[in-house]
Ligand binder design. Structure first.
Ligand SMILES: Nc1nc2c(ncn2[C@@H]2O[C@H](COP(=O)(O)OP(=O)(O)O)[C@@H](O)[C@H]2O)c(=O)[nH]1
Ligand SMILES: [Mg+2]
Length: 322
């Protein structure tokens, strides 16, 4: 099957400057409309049974309504009537389409050993409180030291939450990583400079409420001290669709380069995560499926997420991109 052209996502990332402009200018910029097919084929009054089963399933999973209609209509257009009644064919077709829609955003490496002399990659993890940033930092550190042989340093910039520094110390000691604590942007820049001989510097940031401007400004003050940083959003599978949309919209101010998805073991509903990746156009980097540091991190790709969505089962994430 030819990969279908990705449908237009239904919201765009915005930055703080645009938020400010949108607030002060009247009228406010209109919210982009939900995804719609360019020349939509009229939807049938009744779908064939196999397609209708999938429509009900994708709706229960919370997949974007416009995207659901797009993939079903594409299926109805491309499969002959007999194939449309074949549950296996229909499922395969939808799986391939949904994978293709995400693959359009690519899947870059978070850090690779092939950057001699380029200095360390400075990776900042941002996200709402409890989204799994610190655990993700530990998992990324373990993966990049043990599997890729990189020299990793950890900077704890979460000096707000009680116990955050102690938690960072425990992880850093058990993974044998140098740990630095930064209370201000200036200290963050100094800490990164002091670790310039490492390959990868992981910066764990304080939990930030995407609905509170002051919280975002504080985080912004920290992050601007690291002009060469690469920033990823840590987003939990357990969050609601609207919460994830708010998060990507607010944290988009920090020039997000990708998504680190957590807590995929704690849900059987994956529409919101899929919508997040599709609407934000951000590449998927890693999946976390458990609270432990070892054996719970997988390099992310579209196929396992779509399988989990179609099976309503996190166990379907296993087996990678096959
Ligand atoms: N089940 C499960 N728990 C997780 C996962 N990632 C993090 N957690 C747990 O979620 C809680 C919050 O994680 P933490 O890393 O402290 O979040 P932070 O506030 O964003 O730094 C902790 O109890 C973690 O053990 C995951 O992928 N699966
Ligand atoms: Mg934390």
């Amino acid at each position: 099957m030819r990969a279908p052209k990705p449908a237009a996502p239904s919201f765009e990332r915005i930055d703080l400057a645009r938020r400010e402009t949108a607030r002060s200018a009247a009228p406010a910029a209109p919210t982009p409309k939900p995804a719609a097919r360019q020349n939509p084929t009229p939807l049938p009054a009744r779908w064939p049974a196999a397609l209708d089963e999938l429509r009900v399933h994708l709706s229960a999973q919370g997949l974007d309504t416009g995207l659901t209609q797009t993939v079903l209509a594409t299926c109805a257009e491309t499969l002959n009537p007999r194939a449309q009644d074949d549950r296996v064919r229909v499922r395969e077709h939808i799986q391939q389409q949904l994978e293709a829609h995400l693959r359009a955003w690519g899947s870059p490496a978070l850090a690779s050993p092939a950057r001699p002399g380029a200095g360390p990659r400075v990776v900042c993890l941002v996200g709402p409180s409890g989204s799994g940033k610190t655990s993700m930092a530990a998992k990324l550190a373990a993966h990049h030291t043990r599997n890729l042989g990189l020299r990793v340093a950890w900077i704890c910039a979460d000096t707000y939450r009680a116990g955050a520094i102690a938690q960072a110390r425990i992880y850093a000691e058990s993974l044998r990583l140098p740990l630095r604590v930064a209370y201000t942007g200036a200290e963050l820049a100094q800490a990164a400079d002091a670790e310039k001989d490492s390959d990868l510097i992981l910066v764990d940031t304080p939990g930030c409420n995407p609905r509170r401007e002051a919280s975002l400004v504080e985080l912004g003050e920290l992050l601007t001290a690291l002009p060469t940083r690469v920033t990823y959003l840590v987003a939990p599978a357990t969050a609601k669709d609207e919460d994830l949309a708010d998060a990507v919209s607010a944290f988009g101010a920090f020039d997000l380069k990708g998504l680190l998805l957590t807590k995929l073991d704690e849900t059987a509903t994956f529409g919101a995560l899929y919508n997040l990746a599709w609407r934000s156009r951000l590449p998927l980097l890693f999946y976390s499926s458990g609270p432990g540091v070892l054996d719970t991190l997988e390099p992310a790709s579209a196929a396992p997420l779509v399988r989990a969505l179609l099976n309503a089962d996190p166990a379907s994430l296993e087996g990678g991109a096959r």
